[in-house]
Design a protein around this ligand. Sequence first.
Ligand SMILES: NC(=O)c1ccc[n+]([C@@H]2O[C@H](COP(=O)([O-])OP(=O)(O)OC[C@H]3O[C@@H](n4cnc5c(N)ncnc54)[C@H](OP(=O)(O)O)[C@@H]3O)[C@@H](O)[C@H]2O)c1
Length: 169
Amino acid sequence: MLSLIVAKSENGVIGSSLKEGLLWNLKDDLKLFKKHTLGKSVIMGNTTFKTLKTNLPSRTCYVLSKRPFRVPVLHENQYATNDLDFAITSSLKENKEAVIIGGREVYSLALSKYKIDKLYITTVQAYLEGDILFPEIDLNNYDLVKEKAFPKNERNEFPFIFREYKLKN
Ligand SMILES: NC(=O)c1ccc[n+]([C@@H]2O[C@H](COP(=O)([O-])OP(=O)(O)OC[C@H]3O[C@@H](n4cnc5c(N)ncnc54)[C@H](OP(=O)(O)O)[C@@H]3O)[C@@H](O)[C@H]2O)c1
């Protein structure tokens, strides 16, 4: 099964070229990211990889880059590849679920080439500045299977809604 996980603001912002990493501090959303990726394969672009603050333990990571790699194994659980098809095929051999974790270039590529079975979408309830946007996606092809709202509190800088969608048969 191929999935995608993203956190975006109300105006579709997922990041900014002026600031590295996430634009919000949402501890409960990080927990959701962990819950929905642990024990699975994750696929990301090289830019997102460079912003990570951990090695994403207990996940097999595929990092996409157009550059040639002399050392394709970056870390014990991390592989570099030039080919999304290879990343997805290898991921699905290892685990039942492969999750596309961004950023924008890799979301766009995956959404244009593949049927994504499951979407995990966090909507941060704020309008934020940023020039990296989540690509348009037609949710009419999906059923909403889970929805949970999280309030703003000491753990979460903004209120947010987590939604899980399943591709219609
Ligand atoms: N809010 C969220 O949920 C979320 C999630 C993830 C990321 N983000 C944010 O998104 C931003 C990064 O997104 P981005 O679009 O700039 O970069 P990205 O998608 O993370 O990575 C882009 C890189 O991936 C490689 N790549 C792209 N297309 C490829 C292809 N067809 N074949 C092989 N390699 C390919 C290239 O690496 P090389 O340059 O090495 O060739 C390219 O520079 C950051 O701000 C990050 O914080 C947000």
